[in-house]
Design a protein. Structure first.
Length: 392
């Protein structure tokens, strides 16, 4: 569907602009103008008293979805090391494949990476498709897209999952456009519809104020990027084997337009929230950036890392790399200590699956206490030093 203004009928009343739930209509003089934010929901056409707006039915090419089978996981590796999110997605992919009744496969690209395939089998893959070439040693949009796109055309998976990393967020849309299908980004939940076996993809919407479940009923493959730290890895089965399939990786001049001259690794403080077993986070209740010195003291004592709420990051008290939540990093540590964090829904969605949650807050009615295993009502500047002292 697309929305069209019939200029001859438009009276410039402005009702369409007022009723548009996406603020996608503006008034230019006495005429309504549809902007890029339009989702073709049709509310404007329903409310126009002059019949000056119409929805135009477009012809949509439908693919034969019965030809597509199997769940694929993009096995992201960097410098010959598999990313944790790839193993997490194999765990989720195994669950989805079992619900559909199909095979689970991993797709691996790089140079001299065949040795990584054993680990993919151990973590649940039935098949591993891999492409090994010097041109794939470092990630490029063109190189990885070409190899995986041709593999999708040949083998026709019905579901393709990628991690919502810097690479996954670049590769996913590129593949989706080439395949003529949709992509649901930054998913926090996946499920299979029991009636028709389609993939139900859940992600935050409208700034994290609600959760939307999205389906792709008419096109294949169904594609999602999934946040690291959300899904659970399977317990590896040492020695488990599967079918290994080598993909063609031949490139001619001009196939890869990106040129990597040098890889510069940042030297400095690096925080890895997704891999941390213990996270101590601070929020607006700290009152200022100096409060993170107290947070860090407790994190160091416990052998953990420092996290933060969006409020603390937006206030400039700490770098965004420490942010936990829907607009930051989704985490699942063994222990999460929330200090001075009220517990907005966006923050809770990013940490509520932690093993144990301890909340320290002066407000006993703070939402964070609803998900906490242990709650301490008190001044964090008195509570944290007491905890550190008790730890010896």
């Amino acid at each position: 569907m697309s929305v069209k203004i019939i200029n001859e009928k438009c009276k410039g009343c402005g009702l369409c602009a007022k009723n548009c739930p996406f603020d996608a209509i503006t008034m230019e003089g006495k005429l309504a103008v549809i902007g890029m934010g339009c989702t073709s929901c049709g509310v404007c056409a329903e409310n126009c008293p002059f019949g000056a707006i119409e929805n135009i039915q477009e012809t949509v090419h439908k693919v034969d979805i019965s030809m597509f089978h199997g769940v694929w996981v993009f096995a992201e590796q960097r410098s010959g090391e598999l990313m944790n999110v790839s193993l997490e997605l194999l765990g989720e992919g195994r669950r989805l494949a079992d619900a559909i009744g199909c095979e689970l496969s991993a797709v691996l690209c790089g140079e001299n990476i065949e040795g990584l395939t054993d680990k993919l089998f151990e973590y649940g893959a039935d098949k591993v498709y891999y492409a090994d070439a010097p041109e794939l040693a470092n990630y490029t949009t063109d190189g990885y897209t070409k190899v995986i796109y041709h593999a999708i055309l040949k083998y026709k998976p019905e579901v393709v999952l990628l991690g919502a990393t810097h690479i996954g967020r670049d590769l996913g849309p590129s593949l989706a456009v080439k395949c003529g299908t949709g992509l649901t980004a930054d998913c926090t939940g996946l499920a299979i519809d029991p009636e028709d076996k389609k993939l139900m993809q859940t992600r935050p919407a409208f700034g994290g104020n609600l959760m939307a479940t999205i389906a792709c009923p008419d096109h294949r493959p169904q594609m999602s990027t999934v946040r690291p730290g959300v899904m659970a890895k399977l317990e590896p089965v040492p020695g488990r084997k599967g079918e290994l399939i080598k993909l063609e990786a031949k490139f001619k001049k001009g196939d890869i337009r990106q040129v990597i001259h040098e890889v510069v690794k940042n030297i400095g403080e690096v925080v890895s929230l997704t891999d941390a077993d213990i996270i101590v986070s601070g929020g607006a209740g700290l009152g200022g950036p100096e409060g993170f010195e107290t947070i860090k003291a407790l994190a160091d004592k416990l052998g953990g890392v420092v996290g933060a709420s969006r409020a603390a990051v937006d206030s400039g008290w700490i770098d965004h790399s420490h942010q936990v939540g829907q607009t930051g990093t989704t985490v699942k540590p063994k222990l999460y200590i929330a200090c001075g964090i009220s517990g907005a829904i966006q923050h809770l969605a990013g940490m509520q699956n932690s093993g144990y949650i301890v909340a320290i807050n002066t407000n006993e009615d703070a939402p964070i206490f609803e998900v906490a295993d242990y709650g301490i009502v008190g001044d964090l500047y008195k509570v944290i030093p007491a905890i550190i002292e008790a730890l010896g």
